[in-house]
Design a protein around this ligand. Structure first.
Ligand SMILES: *Cc1c(COP(=O)(O)O)cnc(C)c1O
Length: 400
């Protein structure tokens, strides 16, 4: 490693040409206010103490680092550990960011949170943060997604959020994001926009990464305690990229192999996937310059993945930078491989993983046998699979 991978972004949020702030002029004051507040509170003792208590008593941190003995024996090589983000309150790592942003919004004197959601997972996390901090909450969701994810719509409403249908465009996530940005522009005085991953305009990619980097900090202590040394390889799935950078960030300056796994869907050749690095090119999307699945005219392409959380046309700008530095390797797992890993981990460890996380498990099972038996792999198990069992049954043609 000849460059310090933590040197960027610069003060404008540029990771060597990626990232930045590609938003209408009307949104700039909101982003500048947020950046200022974040800079202040990230060093504020009271804020950090309150956040730490909520991490412990509400989210359930630290999450365990579990040695997967049977998975290790099955793969036949490196020792495989699982960082159990699936055991977080609400079942995935997204809550780490949602709670921290809710608390920040409260400190900033905001009375209202808005968020966009596709599959509903980030919407549920944001609604949970709003309930916890006593803030009003409105979630934007495409009509198409609202129909597909009616259970999560009901969950958000139970949590006290208003769910607003976005009946325009493709009526999915990207339309919901546009609508949220419009709302924020109008209501910035009392409203905070909770963005769900390491994407969007500066300072979101940095702020969300910092809030998720608890994962790696805990993991470092836990593996030192369990093995007396740092791991050889880290593996995590990459949607927007928050759970992966959350695990990796603490280890970036150590000579440890890191692998980010994108959604290969039906295969790169079919065009039905969400592997931005394997099939995308540089573009601007939702306030950020990054790798993007787009056609020759710059129109954003439809994506496909069996896992809703990885089904996104672009990827966090810091990941593009890490890829250029060759600090993190990026690969993909297909739907088929993820489904096999989903069943494998369920049967062999008694842990039903989120389909997103199953992509990382699939890669670990490929890599482990190529490594010596005394080497160590850590997989970030980003979420639990209860939300996916119905979909898996449907795919397998099983009537429940
Ligand atoms: C949303 C989600 C992801 C993908 O988002 P990242 O920002 O890439 O972490 C992965 N796993 C689970 C369980 C999710 O809910």
């Amino acid at each position: 490693m000849n460059k310090n991978p933590k040197k960027l972004p610069d003060s404008k949020g540029h990771f060597n040409g990626y990232g930045g702030r590609f938003v209408p002029e009307t949104l700039m004051p909101a982003l500048i206010e947020l950046e200022k507040a974040y800079k202040q509170y990230r060093r504020d003792k009271n804020f950090l103490e309150e956040l730490s208590i909520l991490q412990k008593t509400y989210i359930g941190r630290p999450t365990p680092l579990y040695f997967a003995r049977r998975l290790t024996e099955h793969a036949g090589g490196a020792k495989i550990y699982l960082k159990r983000e699936d055991l977080c309150h609400t079942g995935a790592h997204k809550i780490n960011n949602a709670i921290a942003q809710s608390l920040l919004a409260k400190k900033m004197g905001k009375t209202r949170l808005i968020a966009e959601t596709g599959a509903g997972q980030h919407g549920v996390a944001a609604a949970t943060g709003a309930a916890l901090t006593g803030l009003e909450c409105e979630i934007y969701m495409g009509s198409e997604d609202m129909q597909r994810q009616s259970l999560n719509v009901f969950r958000m409403r139970l949590l006290g959020a208003k769910v607003t249908e976005v009946p325009v465009g493709s009526r999915t996530l990207k339309d919901a994001i546009n609508e949220s940005l419009r709302d924020w522009t109008t209501n910035v005085r009392n409203t905070h926009y909770v963005l769900g991953t390491v994407f969007g305009p500066h300072p979101y990619p940095v702020m969300v990464r910092d809030f998720q980097s608890t994962i790696g900090k805990e993991t470092r202590q836990q593996i030192l305690k369990a093995e007396g040394r740092l791991p050889d390889c880290l593996i995590a799935c990459v949607g927007g990229g928050s759970n992966s950078i959350g695990l990796f960030y603490e280890f970036l300056t150590h000579p440890i192999r890191m692998i980010g796994v994108e959604a290969g869907g039906h295969g790169i050749g079919t065009g039905e996937h969400a592997a931005r690095f394997a099939g995308g090119s540089l573009g601007v999307f939702q306030g950020c310059k990054s790798y993007l699945l787009q056609d020759d005219d710059g129109n954003v392409l439809g994506t496909h993945s069996v896992s809703a959380g990885l089904d996104y046309a672009s990827v966090g700008p810091e990941h593009c930078y890490m890829r250029d530095l060759k600090r993190i390797e990026y690969t993909y797992a297909t739907d088929e491989e993820a489904l096999q890993a989903f069943e494998l981990l369920s049967k062999i460890e008694g842990i039903i993983p989120a389909l997103e996380s199953a992509h990382a498990v699939a890669e670990a099972v490929k890599v482990a046998p190529t490594m010596p038996r005394d080497s160590i792999i850590i997989i970030n198990l980003s979420g639990r699979g209860d939300k996916d069992v119905q979909e898996v049954a449907r795919i397998k043609g099983i009537n429940l």
